[in-house]
Write a protein that binds this ligand. Structure first.
Ligand SMILES: [Cu+2]
Length: 166
């Protein structure tokens, strides 16, 4: 009787530990991810997104991979002598209980050696790896770059809509 009870207790604890580790692996969530559409002949591209960390310790994005390119690098933009330059970084840290945006002019995932042009309206896979061991497999849309300086009223004007060709 005693032995049976302790076995059941051990199994229960094991299950609880398993469930909590599954929960811990999903601390980072990804929002508004997209690839930048690339003009024909251009051999590099970029992916952008917002990363949220719901955990109480910082987590870093350490690696990215896509079927669309031969390799990827994690990049940041740094202003040097008044010129914006791209720099490769080893990881992109997401603060505890915080978020970071990968966006044009800042952090981004650089696609090196595009296998084909990234065509607006299509999708491509992107897998991400984090320092916590979390892995994510995403299917992201390919979009024209979202210019932040443009007022949103301009992109939603009826005149602009009627000019689109179908
Ligand atoms: Cu870059």
């Amino acid at each position: 009787m005693r032995t049976k009870g302790s076995v059941a207790r051990t199994l229960g604890l094991g299950l609880a530990a398993y469930l909590s580790s599954v929960h811990a692996l999903a601390e980072v969530s990804i929002e508004q991810g997209y690839f930048r559409a690339s003009p024909p002949g251009v051999k590099h591209g970029a992916a952008f997104m917002t990363l949220h960390n719901s955990g109480t310790t910082p987590v870093s994005l350490t690696r990215a991979e896509t079927e669309a390119a031969n390799s990827t690098e994690l990049h940041n933009h740094i202003e040097q002598d008044g010129v914006m330059q791209m720099r490769q970084v080893g990881a992109i840290e997401i603060p505890a209980m915080g978020s970071i945006s990968l966006q044009p002019g800042g952090y981004h995932i650089m696609l090196m050696g595009l296998k084909a042009p990234l065509i607006e309206g299509q999708k491509a896979t992107l897998s991400l790896e984090f320092s916590s061991g979390q892995r994510e497999q995403l299917l992201l849309p390919i979009q024209k770059i979202q210019t932040q300086q443009m007022p949103s009223t301009m992109t939603h004007s009826p005149q602009g809509m009627s000019m689109q060709h179908h």
